[in-house]
Design a protein around this ligand. Structure first.
Ligand code: GLA
Length: 661
């Protein structure tokens, strides 16, 4: 019996021990799981390819200029060096734990006084949950050069993506070198993955131009009495084509084979001319209103400029090639007109007379102008109101009148006047000298003020004789630069009109490079549609910045859409303004001469398609129905009442025109 009891007791004790052991190991296991060291990834380990930068290329473990990451004298071994505006998205799986970094402006900007003063950024960390709700987790506030790094440590629990953004803090992207030092994520589940911003393969929306004749380009043209007249009838369609014009004022003659109208009109007034283009397939007609008075440049100038492609390496031959290609590739048939030489053509002044001469790359400016005119195009050049140009060539200070008269003698039709070495000057006074000289010149010269928006040229540009004025610093081929400038034009519409235009800088499509080596624009195809759509809505001067002879089919499509260009060239000259400003979308609209509206629906998100809606009443259009036409595809979309909604690609646009039914 006792033995039996002992046996039972022994078994109970054994079972108890087993239970305890089991329980203990279970506890150990669960404890172990919850305490399993989290994964840790330093963002530099993921590379910097998907970190967008408003200037140059982002780098891992280096500043944007390629130096060791340094903020306020403190060296950091690892991290990401970028430049505002910058965006970086990482996909998470809801089980990431936290993000930490030390952020600041890299000391390298302090190499110049201008850099030290102008650098200013804001770092913003936000995240989205699985329902796509965005939450801003941290903002650095304004940060300037020399300030010690600020620490960010935020929880990422439950989020499925993380956005690291650097903004320009509202003052332009100049010198905004930004460092995410020691940036790292702790995670329990999957390792975070960088997301590539969306970029479609190039796709052409512009329908092929038909073989029948069609007259394009401006519907109104201004000229001063007695000034040499040159207007080429822009007509697409199969060649041979012949031209006619009814009601040409006396003093003008038409070359019926080329469509070039030349001569001079002495008598001021309005002349309504009927232009006619014929080929074997038919006849096209269109009214052109010629205004002979004191105003020129009644629609925004369209043409080419050498700077964004060749910059200082430009030669006489580059200019001739682009001019020839304007004709051979047919751009002239859509209204493209000016061939403008930017910086780096000046030589020395004549020691006796002070007259400016071109340098060895431009052997004969008059011969070049004659050549370009012979093609039915116009020609422009560049100078500076200071003693030197931005590239260090001879400026026009003290020679304002003399230089304008020299350009007129050579036969130039357009002058862009820059603002380097002019600090301390009153731009109104400096530019007025040129404006007065231009008004006395024996030919019409479009006057382009290029002082980068200093002292709001939109407020005084017209009064000093300006036909256009730059509103910002220089553009480059990044989304941050192009979109920053383009969408930054809000509020300027009231300063634009026939003869005087806001200039958001030249186009960065096709091949650019600012030197002898060219590369395709870094803007994605959708960003390029946004660029052209926005510039046309803005009634902006359209100056192509790539060699015309190297235009590819995609870029040609961008630049030869008659319905899109018609928005830019609308005779009413009303610039678009922003009508909706959403978190990641905007809507811009302008009124056109026929009472219709051109509207751009823009998606500002870099990663996702989104629906953008316009509400007719909220746009001030009143109730009722509207016929909506897609301008890029040149297709009616239907009649809509109340509003219109469409899906827009990342960084892309839907450009539509609305007619009241
Ligand atoms: C300035 C202007 C540019 C270009 C260069 C030439 O930067 O803003 O458009 O003309 O000078 O040096």
């Amino acid at each position: 019996m006792n033995q039996l009891l002992d046996h039972r007791n022994q078994s109970r004790i054994l079972i108890g021990i087993l239970f305890l052991l089991f329980g203990f190991s279970f506890l150990l296991l669960t404890y172990g799981c919850s305490q399993k060291p989290a994964g840790l990834v330093y963002l530099d380990e993921l590379g910097a390819q998907q970190v967008t930068a408003g200037w140059s290329e982002s780098k891992a473990n280096k500043s944007i200029d390629g130096n060791p990451l340094t903020v306020a004298g403190q060296l950091y071994e690892r991290g990401l060096g970028t430049h505002a505006e910058s965006q970086y998205r990482l996909n998470l799986d809801g089980r990431a734990l936290n993000f930490q970094a030390l952020v600041g402006v890299d000391d390298e900007v302090k190499k110049t006084q201008r850099g030290a003063e102008r650098a200013s950024v804001e770092f913003i960390v936000s995240a989205r949950d699985k329902n796509n709700n965005k939450k801003v987790l941290w903002k650095s506030g304004l940060m300037k050069a020399g300030e010690p790094a600020r620490e960010v440590k935020v929880s990422l629990k439950g989020f499925v993506s993380l956005d690291l953004v650097v903004t320009d803090a509202g003052d332009g992207i100049g010198y905004d070198h930004a460092d995410w030092c020691q940036a790292r994520i702790e995670y329990a589940g999957k390792r975070p993955e960088p997301v590539k911003p969306y970029a479609a393969a190039p796709y052409i929306l512009t329908p092929a131009t038909g073989p029948e004749p069609r007259i394009n380009g401006p519907r109104v043209f201004g000229v001063r009495p007695g000034s040499p007249f040159l207007f080429t009838i822009p007509a697409t369609g199969q060649r041979p084509m012949t031209f006619a014009a009814e009601g040409l004022p006396s003093g003008l003659r038409l070359d019926t084979n080329t469509g070039h109208i030349t001569g001079a009109i002495d008598k001021p007034g309005t002349y309504n001319v009927k232009l006619i283009a014929r080929n074997s397939l038919g006849t096209a007609e269109r009214e052109l209103r010629i205004e002979v008075g004191d105003k020129i440049c009644l629609t925004p100038p369209m043409g080419w400029n050498s700077w964004n492609c060749w910059a200082c390496s430009v030669t006489d031959e580059n200019v001739r090639q682009s001019a020839r290609a304007m004709v051979e590739k047919g751009l002239i048939n859509y209204g493209w007109t000016y061939i403008n030489i930017d910086d780096c053509w000046h030589g020395q002044r004549d020691p006796k007379t002070g007259e400016i001469r071109s340098n060895e790359k431009f052997p004969d400016m008059k011969a070049l102008a004659d050549y370009v005119h012979g093609l039915g195009l116009k020609i422009g050049l560049y100078t500076d109101c200071g003693p030197k140009t931005c590239a260090g060539y001879e400026g026009s200070e003290g020679h304002e009148e003399q230089d304008i008269m020299t350009y007129a003698k050579w036969g130039f039709d357009y002058v862009k006047i820059d603002w380097c070495y002019c600090e301390g000057k009153d731009p109104r006074v400096a530019y007025k000298k040129f404006g007065e000289a231009i008004s006395r010149a024996p030919r019409d010269i479009v006057f382009s003020i290029c002082n980068w928006g200093v002292e709001k040229p939109w407020e005084w540009g017209e009064s000093v004789g300006g036909n256009l004025w730059r509103t910002t610093g220089d553009i480059t081929d990044t989304w941050a630069s192009m979109a920053g400038i383009g969408f930054g034009q809000a509020g300027l519409a009231k300063y634009a009109g026939p003869g005087h235009w806001n200039d958001p800088d030249m186009l960065v499509v096709g091949k650019v490079g600012w030197g002898p080596e060219l590369r395709p624009s870094r803007l994605t195809p959708d960003e390029q549609y946004t660029h052209i759509s926005l510039w046309c809505l803005l009634a902006a001067p359209l100056l192509i910045g790539c060699p015309i002879e190297q235009l590819d089919d995609f870029t040609l499509g961008l630049l030869t859409n008659t319905e899109v260009l018609e928005v830019d060239q609308d005779p009413l000259g009303r610039q678009a303004d922003r009508v909706f400003d959403g978190d990641d979308y905007q809507v811009w609209a302008r009124q056109l001469e026929d009472g219709s509206r051109a509207v751009g629906l823009f998606n500002l998100d870099a990663y996702e398609f989104r629906k953008v809606r316009i509400d007719f009443a909220a746009m001030g259009l009143g109730a009722g129905s509207y016929r909506v036409r897609d301008l890029w595809r040149q297709k009616d979309l239907g009649v809509f009442s109340g509003g219109f909604e469409t899906e827009v690609p990342p960084h892309g646009v839907a450009l539509v025109r609305l007619w009241k039914k």
